[in-house]
Write a protein that binds this ligand. Structure first.
Ligand code: 13P
Length: 330
């Protein structure tokens, strides 16, 4: 195995997964505001420290995805966040895309930015201690109209260019084409879109000669849209999610992590448990784990409310959720 493939594999250490703590300033502000917490650079630092400073997280976390701002900040232990994670055996990663903007020819769809100065930024992140990176593309479903083939293809091209640059820089790429939960679509439509998006993505990755043995796929689960009025059972989610992945993801891929995408913490935990059971039944070839943000954070954030006196209770809730999500890995 190459060094990069070994790093990728380490993120799938049994019983462990990845915390996504890479909300941009804009997303972190919105996240904190939704819990009534006013934002400032210091409040964002405390928000990061709430999770990364929790004693014992190394039992459940193989990696944490950071935002560029956090790479340069210190936790309450006075250590830079990436150094503090590494000292506990948790791999530090960083989100390297620069967010999305509407596509001029299809303004309801989004294209991800950030390729222009990527090699220079990767060199900096590597110096700061990152060993893996993430790039998120967004796919919106609207009936049979969206996503368009052109948007799927352009996002796939950028994900492939990103992955190639990242491997050249000596880092592991996580490629994340997130199929949004928002919408009225059925679970069958979600599955079909995931298959189409991943089918296109892996053929474009091949064209760009990306080494799949050190690529990690971060994917949505196949779910009925949040405005469909339908709640899927974990078994339904697992069957369609694993079927879509078996159909479109090459065996060589280093592993697959799931995002929570707006599911509740309990839904994301139960669905992950059913997915890992189904993967075993069908002998899926890749290791699987979680890479959640909201589903790991929500209970802790509602207890914390930005107040020092609530830190202990919030961290206890975070550890409790981590232990449930870890148990869901089987
Ligand atoms: P959620 O688990 O909240 O969907 O976030 C994961 C992520 O990294 C989205 O880019």
């Amino acid at each position: 195995m190459t060094d990069l493939a070994l790093i990728a594999r380490a993120l799938f250490t049994p019983g462990k997964g990845v915390l996504a703590a890479d909300e941009s300033v804009h997303s972190a502000t919105a996240r904190l505001a939704s819990y009534g917490i006013p934002t400032s650079a210091e409040m964002r630092r405390q928000y990061r420290d709430l999770f990364m400073g929790t004693e014992g997280v190394e039992q459940y976390l193989s990696g944490v995805i950071l935002f560029s701002e956090t790479m340069l900040e210190k936790g309450n232990d006075k250590k830079l966040f990436p150094e503090s994670l590494a000292a506990r055996g948790i791999l530090p990663g960083v989100k390297v895309d620069l967010g999305t903007e509407p596509i001029s020819t299809s303004p309801q769809e989004l294209i991800t930015q950030g390729l222009l100065d990527l090699p220079e930024r990767l060199a900096e992140y590597k110096k700061q201690g990152a060993v893996f990176t993430k790039w998120r593309a967004v796919v919106r479903i609207d009936g049979d109209q969206l996503p368009t083939a052109a948007a799927i293809h352009e996002n796939a091209k950028r994900l492939a260019q990103y992955a190639k640059e990242v491997q050249t820089a000596g880092l592991v790429p996580i490629i994340e084409p997130e199929v949004l939960l928002e919408g009225k679509h059925s679970r069958a439509r979600s599955r079909a879109v995931i298959e189409e998006v991943l089918g296109t993505l892996f053929s474009v990755l091949e064209e760009h000669s990306v080494d799949l043995t050190s690529v990690i796929l971060k994917t949505s689960m196949a779910l009925s849209g949040s405005e469909s009025g339908k709640k899927d059972t974990p078994e339904e989610v697992a069957e369609d999610t694993i079927a879509a992945l078996m159909q479109s993801v090459p065996r060589k891929v280093a592993g697959i992590v799931f995002l929570s995408g707006g599911q509740t913490s309990d839904e994301a935990t139960a669905n992950l448990a059913a997915i890992t059971r189904r993967a075993k039944e069908v002998h899926a070839p890749w290791p699987l784990t979680f890479s959640y943000a909201r589903a790991l954070q929500e209970e802790a954030l509602s207890l914390w409310g930005g107040k020092e006196e609530n830190v202990l209770a919030a961290r206890t809730a975070f550890l409790g959720r981590l232990s449930k999500v870890s148990a869901a890995l089987g």
